[in-house]
Design a protein around this ligand. Structure first.
Ligand code: C2E
Ligand code: MG
Ligand code: MG
Ligand code: MG
Length: 291
């Protein structure tokens, strides 16, 4: 152990080590500390029924409060957490925190509220995910359908046998399953045939361009139709304008998420969020600030 620590020390100060590797090591070190000090929190982005404005639920999004750097976005630190496998520890915390919040919000938002939790491909590849979820459902006495697990296509494509078994167990547990960033990975229609899912989330890059690019519009409307034919819920991500909202509604999309309504909100602001959004009042993008 001492030897190992010594070697790391040596590596850390090694002159051959370039600046990038050094700052990576420092980032990794501060992530370890951050997990110990609980410097992470979740913000909650509303998911809205396009037609009625009714609140479906919230997607929980991870934030790192760094003493010097301020709020750090997940795209910066999730990849490193995945490489170091620290994501398994933090991921379990996310499940617990999200479930706890869902339970706390039942009196406020009712028993149909869905909390969506992002699960990394690393976590998805671990058999303990199902146990972790079962444990938090029990701990907070939550109906399983109030939790939704968001996985990306790449997570599903790692190992077909494992994926099949993992999804079977998640189904058996009763949690919802969503495919995140649908259309950006190595999409395979085969898994839509073989796996039972609940929700498709259209990646925000398609939504951002759909009003200008006929190709993106074609992709979006095809995903919407695909979801409808398969009996899945479809959530468009990254909706920023009323024009996008109107287009999605006209093309049969059921739910949206995006800055038009709200970014990820801290708990107190999410709690104050209305059960029904008044579309008429939304003339301009929301001015609510993130985190
Ligand atoms: P995602 O799951 O696809 O989450 C949607 C991202 O789009 C979020 O970025 C959200 O803030 C952003 N977004 C939502 N609406 C809009 C909009 O109208 N316009 C624009 N420009 N952006 C919008 P965020 O929070 O930075 O998260 C980035 C990614 O990090 C997430 O993508 C997800 O893959 C990952 N992530 C977040 N939280 C967790 C977590 O708890 N665990 C894991 N494993 N990954 C997470
Ligand atoms: Mg997501
Ligand atoms: Mg997404
Ligand atoms: Mg994403």
């Amino acid at each position: 152990e001492a030897k190992r620590a010594g070697r790391q020390q040596y590596r850390f100060y090694s002159p051959e080590m370039n600046g990038r590797a050094r700052s990576r090591l420092m980032l990794e070190e501060s992530l370890r500390n951050a997990i110990e000090n609980k410097d992470f929190h979740l913000v909650y982005q509303p998911q809205i029924h396009l037609e009625t404005g009714r609140l479906r639920g919230f997607e929980a999004l991870l934030r790192w409060e760094h003493r010097v750097a301020g709020t750090v976005a997940p795209n910066v630190f999730i990849p490193l957490l995945e490489e170091t496998r620290l994501i398994n520890r933090l991921g379990d915390w996310v499940l617990r925190e999200g479930a706890s919040q869902c339970s706390a919000w039942r009196p406020r938002f009712g028993d149909d509220l869905v909390i969506s939790l992002n699960v990394s491909p690393v976590q998805f590849g671990m058999p303990q995910l199902v146990d972790d979820l079962r444990r938090v459902l029990e701990a907070f006495a939550l109906p399983p359908q109030q939790l939704e697990v968001e996985v990306t296509e790449s997570a599903l494509m790692q190992d077909l046998e494992l994926t099949r078994e993992q999804l079977r167990q998640l189904r058996e547990l009763g949690v919802r399953i969503a495919i995140d960033d649908f259309g950006t990975g190595y999409s395979s229609l085969a898994y839509l045939r073989h796996f039972e899912l609940d929700t498709l989330k259209i990646d925000r890059l398609f939504v951002a361009n759909m009003l200008d690019s006929p190709r993106d519009a074609a992709v979006v409307s095809t995903i919407i139709d695909l979801g409808r034919h398969l009996g899945l819920e479809v959530i468009a991500e990254g909706v920023e304008t009323l024009a996008q909202r109107d287009w999605l509604l006209a093309h049969g999309c059921t739910f949206m998420q995006g800055f038009l309504v709200a970014p990820g909100l801290p708990v107190a602001k999410a709690e104050a969020f209305p059960g029904v959004v008044d579309w008429g009042a939304l003339r301009a993008p929301a001015v609510l600030t993130s985190t």
